[in-house]
Design a protein around this ligand. Structure first.
Ligand code: ZN
Length: 262
């Protein structure tokens, strides 16, 4: 397999990869790929059973299915993975969802609105989130909900302003769930990640970092560290997949690997 490493914005070279050519594409995949010099590293992003095939996503799952399929067709791949089937079958809902986001986006509370009137902002965001959630056909572990993840982060901020820790955590978990994570918080506020999400690295890292900052501000150091671990993991997946080569080219320091369960 002759590979061009990087995309049009991040071109880093062409390589002939023998063994990796046996690893097939799947839009959700079960591992991520990093290219360092002349070495290709594959890293599990979720549990893989003994003898089970390894799949790697050639393009990020958060891309619209049409764009993803278009790019894959350049590799002569016409993907019929769970995600593609789910999103193609979701066409009507998809259009309705985009229309809803478009219609409501202009009226979404600004940071100033949130600061001035958190209860009103909460009501509007809850309505939008509930509406968005309703328009998905499949469970988030099959069909990630990238359109709603950021809204849950905003919702969490509103609850934080009102000092409602329980709802703040709940909003964060809803945001993680939208990205396909299976997570839970125990009675004393520790976060457990049971299953990896769908590689929307920026959103997961941002959400976890926000959560960590607010917990840190409240003096909840252990809980903050748990969320930072998640943020680190999200970044690690991010830099381990598409952007890793940026760091080797420009000599910048790579983010520290704080993950320990992959
Ligand atoms: Zn697919």
């Amino acid at each position: 397999m002759l590979c061009v490493h990087g995309d049009q914005h991040n071109y880093s070279g062409i390589g002939l990869s023998i063994t990796p050519s046996y690893i097939r594409h799947d839009c959700l995949g079960n591992c991520s790929r990093a290219v360092i010099g002349d070495v290709v590293i594959y890293r599990a992003s979720r549990d893989i059973g003994s003898g089970a095939p390894i799949f790697v996503p050639y393009f990020p799952a958060w891309m619209e299915v049409e764009e993803r399929q278009g790019r894959l067709s350049c590799y002569d791949i016409y993907c019929i993975c769970f995600l593609c089937q789910s999103q193609m079958g979701d066409k009507n809902y998809h259009d309705e969802r985009l229309a809803a986001v478009g219609a409501l986006f202009g009226t979404l509370p600004t940071t100033e609105d949130i600061l001035q009137n958190p209860p009103k902002a909460i009501q509007e965001l809850e309505e939008l989130c509930t509406h968005l959630e309703r328009t998905y056909v499949d469970h988030p572990t099959i069909q990630p909900r990238f359109h709603s993840a950021g809204k849950f982060a905003l919702l969490g901020t509103c609850y934080q302003l009102l000092g409602n820790r329980e709802k703040q955590l709940e909003s964060s978990l809803r945001g993680l769930s939208a990205l396909g994570f299976d997570a839970k918080v125990d009675a004393i506020g520790h976060l457990f990640i049971m299953r990896h999400g769908h590689y929307d690295r920026e959103n997961v890292a941002k959400l976890a970092e926000m959560q960590a900052s607010s917990l840190q501000a409240d003096g909840l150091v252990t809980q903050a560290a748990t969320w930072r671990l998640l943020a680190g993991k999200a970044l690690d997946i991010r830099f381990g997949h598409w952007s890793f080569t940026d760091y080797s080219i420009f000599g910048r320091e790579r983010p520290k690997d704080t993950s320990n369960t992959d």
